[in-house]
Design a protein around this ligand. Structure first.
Ligand SMILES: N[C@@H](CCC(=O)N[C@@H](CS)C(=O)NCC(=O)O)C(=O)O
Length: 232
């Protein structure tokens, strides 16, 4: 049976990480049996989750996990999509994962109120005398990462202008369809759902959440994906 190494359902989300949520959806789309392990982070091959174990095979990164599932089990999550739609799917996924994600992540960690309500809990296991030092070190590292990415070089107002543009683009691309490419979910829906759920999360306020709340089709899309894949 496949093991998915995950953070767990926190903050009202299917998983604290949109990338883990994406892989959860891909696994559910696959119909394969799998279980979740919430204690594997320190063994993550690339220092990040998700990763999976399938027998002796360990695969890290949601993109490579999907590739592995499709290649190994003869699946195609984009069945019915032509080459142009498949290319669009990749382009939209990159917008979500290499752009929108950085807005979600920095809002969650670097807006102090959000940090208090969420990520601070991840440090509970650290002895009290070392905890604040560990928190400060992590926050500085995250600040540096967002600057290296580029988003963190902008003012909050400029960041919101760009992130909200990605949200509006996603909403326009979804339009009145049930899923990103029509009536049937495809591989991209896994990624889109993880990010939409992450940005709309009630626990964390941000200019992005405020903007996403003005895009009704994203809200109904989140509910539709939850019903379809997480009714249990
Ligand atoms: N490209 C990776 C991104 C995974 C990722 O960024 N995971 C985050 C959680 S959202 C993580 O594990 N962060 C831990 C860390 O960087 O220390 C994927 O698609 O799986």
């Amino acid at each position: 049976m496949i093991t998915l190494y995950a953070f767990g359902p926190l903050f009202g989300l299917c998983d604290a990480s949109p990338f883990v949520t994406k892989t959860l959806v891909h696994l559910k789309m696959s119909g394969l049996a799998f279980s979740c392990d919430y204690k594997g982070f320190e063994h993550a091959p690339k220092g990040k989750q998700p990763y999976i174990r399938d027998g002796e095979t360990v695969i890290a990164d949601s993109v490579f996990i999907r590739d592995y599932l499709e290649a190994t089990y003869n699946l195609d999550f984009d069945q019915g999509l032509d080459p142009i739609a498949r290319a669009q799917s990749w382009a939209i996924e990159r917008m979500l994962e290499d752009h929108l994600y950085w807005g979600i992540m920095s809002a969650r960690w670097l807006i102090p109120d959000n940090f208090e309500k969420g990520p601070r809990h991840f440090f509970q296991a650290i002895p009290e005398e070392h905890r604040e030092g560990a928190i400060q070190g992590t926050l500085e590292a995250i600040q540096k990462r967002t600057q290296a990415h580029g988003l963190g070089l902008h003012t909050p107002h400029e960041q919101a202008a760009q992130i909200n543009r990605s949200l509006t683009s996603l909403s326009v691309l979804l339009g009145d369809k049930a899923f990103m490419f029509g009536d049937t979910p495809t591989g991209l829906d896994a990624s889109a759902f993880g990010m939409v759920e992450g940005v709309l999360c009630d626990t964390f306020s941000s200019p992005y959440r405020d903007h996403a709340r003005t895009l009704p089709n994203l809200i109904t899309y989140r509910e539709r994906m939850r019903e379809r894949f997480f009714a249990d």
